[in-house]
Structure formats: C-alpha cells, structure tokens
Design a protein around this ligand. Sequence first.
Ligand SMILES: [Zn+2]
Length: 250
Amino acid sequence: MSIIQEIRCSTCGAPIKFSPGEIVATCNYCGFTQVIETGQAFVFEHSVILNEYKPEQVDELVHNWMKGGFLKPGDMARASRILDKNLMYLPFWLIPIAATTSYKGVFERLTPPVVKEGKIEKKYNWLVLARKASDFPTREYEIPLEGKIPYDFKRIEGNAKVLNSEVEQDEALKTAQQQIEESHRFLIQQDVDKIMEMKTEFETGKGVYLHAPAWSIDYEYRHERYHIWLDGATGTVIKGDIPAAKFGLI
Ligand SMILES: [Zn+2]
C-alpha cells in the first residue's frame, strides 16, 4: 500500500495528493504544475494530448479490435466481457535528441572475415515514460504529437486519472541515451557480426513534459483475465493481450 501525502497548490490553495517517489505534481483544480519538493512552478513546457473517446465508444473500439486479425480466437468478440476500463493521462518526457554512433566491427560471414567501419546518424523525439513501475509499452506507442496542446486542466475528464511524474528530466535524458544506444547496437549488429568499437555522441534539445491519454482495459475471455492498452487520442490498441487460440488436438 502506498502512503498518499498532500501539499497545497501554491496557486489556488487546493490540496494536491501525491505518492512517495513523485516529483512533479499537477493540481486537479487549476492545472498548475509544480515541483513537489520546492512548491516552485515547473519551468519546462507542459503539454497534453486529449482523449477523444467516451467510455461507450471505447467498448466499441475494443469490440472491433477483437473481431479483426486472424490470430485471435473466432469467438473472441462474442465471448469476451469488459471488466474494467480506466482513462489515464500518463506523464512522459519527450526529448529531442540527435545521436551519432561510430563503430568498427568484424564481418564474419565472408572468408576471410573483414573489418568494417560505419556510422549511424539519427534524430529522434525520444519518448520516456515518467513512471518507474509501469507495464505501459512505451516503445510500441507512437505518440500522436499532432494533437499536442498546452496543458489545459479544464479539458481533462473528471473521471480521468492524471498521473504525476516520478522521473526528472535529467534522469529521463539518461534513459533516452541508453535506449538509443541499445537500438543503435541492434542496428550495427545487422552490419557486423562482432562489434570491436562503438561510440555514441548525443546532442540534446529542451525536453517537453507531456500528458497523453491511455485507456487501461481489463477483459475476460473464458474465465481468464486479459489486458489492453488503448490510445485515447487515436482509438487504436497500443498493446492487447490475445488469448491463445485453441485449435484442438492434432
Ligand atoms: Zn491549484
């Protein structure tokens, strides 16, 4: 069980609840975003992408998703029942970052093996989830940035849960660099079989703090519970558990 603590919003005086580990909190009453420790206004750009779907529409989106795709059991849409669905605004850091990786490696698929050198140069708007323990599939999520507007608490649904940040920008930046390096390592391994040297240089822009809508949905199919993450801005399933289809005994 987590202990909920409370501070006063330094703009409107309303109580702001937060849990241990949360660093940046947004007031539900006036939308003011502040650093919990100091009560100071948050100095970065704070944006939001709005949810576009009502709960009934979400049911329909899930139903349609269940009907499509050949890997799903044929009776999935008919035999499933939605148990629970919650709209959440998840906190992210969006970090503009240019990464250049120079590498040297051995290409062993030829005899004799050859040493190859190369360079990967890429620009990203890298997304880091600002929560520590979460099963949200950030790497599978294509954040719909075209809907990004300045944070406006008045347009956030009353039943939505706005999660606070547990990750500071500097930490998010380190995470982004590690993840980019890993992805470049993967790319290099397509080109050489053994990496001898690899060095990545980063150029980072100013991060944006962003809340984006996701529906966390639990459903039941033949007495088992499964989970779906659905993008509240586009209505697409980001990641959904699919029950193993039973093809019977062969
Ligand atoms: Zn307030």
